[in-house]
Design a protein around this ligand. Structure first.
Ligand SMILES: Nc1ncnc2c1ncn2[C@@H]1O[C@H](COP(=O)(O)OP(=O)(O)OP(=O)(O)O)[C@@H](O)[C@H]1O
Ligand SMILES: [Mg+2]
Length: 225
């Protein structure tokens, strides 16, 4: 199977005043198309930083990252933002929904931002609403939804562009364990049904079990994968 994500010798440091803090230290990692990978590790070990680099939301200090065989560092800003919007879907711990938009509008937001006609996405929207189980709530706003339902909207939004990869930073971190399990079942369904590659960061051993591989990060290094 081909690698959809390839990271080679990634270093990442942040400048804090005069101090330079090295957060990722020589990470090399390959993820194959269709894998469901869980990234675990102590708080502050660099998990979110790694996920953001994989998604092109931040850049490494050195090292190479390839998504779908495309080297991020040599891409122009515009190409990168197109890649982020079309090939990648992001899901965060606190859902990041727009409060005054309803479910449908939140899901279609990436399409609007892309300057495309939402009318062309009606069938996709219906299919995705069915998958995430929110057909009856399409006109609800986020405050009228439970946390689990809001996360389903965020997952639907991540799916609307039919990306190859979904990156999720502690997607169940804000949910009770039963609701969290339902969300993880949904990720599993999306992984199996739609052959999406999923990378989730999690603190929970139980949540990590939903994936097909666990990568352990400690102090900016991969200790086990
Ligand atoms: N933008 C930034 N500027 C400076 N330091 C940062 C920045 N982002 C992250 N860091 C530092 O990098 C380290 C790793 O942070 P990161 O958010 O990747 O950890 P994490 O493993 O996701 O932790 P948690 O489980 O608590 O979310 C931390 O020490 C943090 O302070
Ligand atoms: Mg984090």
């Amino acid at each position: 199977m081909e690698n959809i994500i390839e990271c080679k010798n990634i270093f990442k440091s942040f400048k804090m005043g005069k101090l330079e803090v090295e957060v990722l230290k020589n990470i090399t990692l390959n993820i194959k198309k269709g894998e469901f990978v869980s990234v675990m590790g102590p708080s502050g070990s660099g998990k979110s930083t790694l996920l953001y680099l994989l998604g092109g939301l931040d850049v490494p200090t050195s090292g190479s990252i390839k998504i779908n065989d495309k080297e991020l560092s040599i891409m122009k800003d515009k190409e990168q933002s197109i890649l982020r919007r079309r090939d990648l879907g992001f899901v965060f711990q606190f859902y990041n929904l727009i409060p005054n938009l309803n479910v449908e509008e939140n899901i279609l937001l990436p399409i609007l931002l892309d300057g495309e006609n939402v009318k062309n996405y009606e069938t996709d929207l219906d299919e995705i609403l069915e998958i995430v189980g929110l057909k009856e709530r399409r006109k609800f706003t986020p405050k009228e939804l439970s946390g689990g339902q809001q996360q389903r909207v965020a997952i639907a939004r991540a799916l609307i562009n039919d990306p190859d990869i979904i990156l999720a930073d502690e997607p169940t971190g804000n949910l009770d364990s039963k609701t969290g399990d339902e969300i993880l079942e949904l990720f599993k369904k999306i992984n199996e049904l739609k052959n999406k590659t999923i990378v989730q960061v999690t603190h929970s051993v139980d949540a990590a079990q939903y994936g097909s591989r666990v990568i352990h990060v400690k102090d900016g290094k991969i200790t086990e994968s």
